[in-house]
Design a protein. Sequence first.
Length: 421
Amino acid sequence: MKLSTINKGLSYILLFFALFDCARNYTPLPIAFGYLKDICIYAIFIINIKKIKLSPVLGYGGILWMILVLFFSPVGFIYAKVGLSEIVISWFKYLEFFLLMLIFYNFRDIFCSDIDHYVQAYIKGGLLLCFVNVFGYFVDNPIVSAKRPNENIGVYQWQGRISVGQPTVAVIPLIISSLWLLICGKRARDKMYAVIYLLCIILANSNTGIASLACCFVIIIVYELFLKSGKTFSFKKLVYAIAACILLALVIFTIINAFSDVIMPTLNLYFERFNAFFTGSDIGMGIRNDRKNDALKVFSWYQFITGMGIFGFTSKIGNAIENSYLRYTLEYGILGLTSIIMFFGQFIVKSGSTLLFKKSANTKNSLFLLCITIVFMLHMYTLDLFTIFTLYFSTALFLNYCYLQDAAELNRIKTFDDVSA
């Protein structure tokens, strides 16, 4: 069997986990099955190590972040109140994000195909994920059902939000795919698929997901109205946009009013959750704040620079702090927080400057990069990047995809110029 064939097989196993890792908790699959994705990442990296070059996508922030994870994680052996094996396993998992950054940057050399084909498979797989979330929630079946959880999860644990698995995680592939379809999709049916994805995101009622989409839609509207094809600011365009929004709101209100007996109970559930989130009465956010305050009490001033290593912080209610910025400040100090901001900040600066100053012909790619960077950064506020495979896989894949798309566009333009000359 060819090495490229083995690599492709392993890559599609990773893709399966990236899309359906949440739903896996509601299948007959054993919990240990999840380790297969970790084995695949290290297997791809090790057997192709001669083909792997350092990814410029990491930038200075990503390299600093990788060094901290590689060399400062063992500090947790001093402070942590968990088993040594748990620290070692987490250390290996933390490194997987950086391995994926390297693997996806060298995608063509490793898999002998274009990364665009892999991204297309990810986006098409989103349709199946939409079906799994809705079907698994409403229909009890022996394959994937919200009524059949494993021992790590409860029956209908996220009742009222239509998804199989944690909604915030389950909608990540749908958010990214819908943005790609809206921004980069070239076929007429891409917009239809985007609408299907958006409906499933709303049904899942994921607060962070809705916030991510809201920010991205604002950016897309600004781009379409004022930045696309050299368009300049126009007061008339702004008035038209506001009028269209008001008209759409009136239409939606009329429909809701006509079917109030059916729609209003569901909407009330949504409004209660949004209100709880934004007023600070949300139970989940309250638990996060308690964990944050508890952990910061044992964070001494001299640990502020390099942190306390993996699981070095302690908490009365466990070590799970569902906030990447806080967690990696505790584990890797101010250097860790700085590296995260530098890493993601470079993509905001790069894409933002491209859109504002027309530095590239490939503005759609820059718009997509800006939107997904915001999605990842917002999700990291309520999720732990290194422990959510769907999140760090998607981050590594699409950041490299955008970089490689820009590189391909530059090569195309250069080749065209050479031929024209």
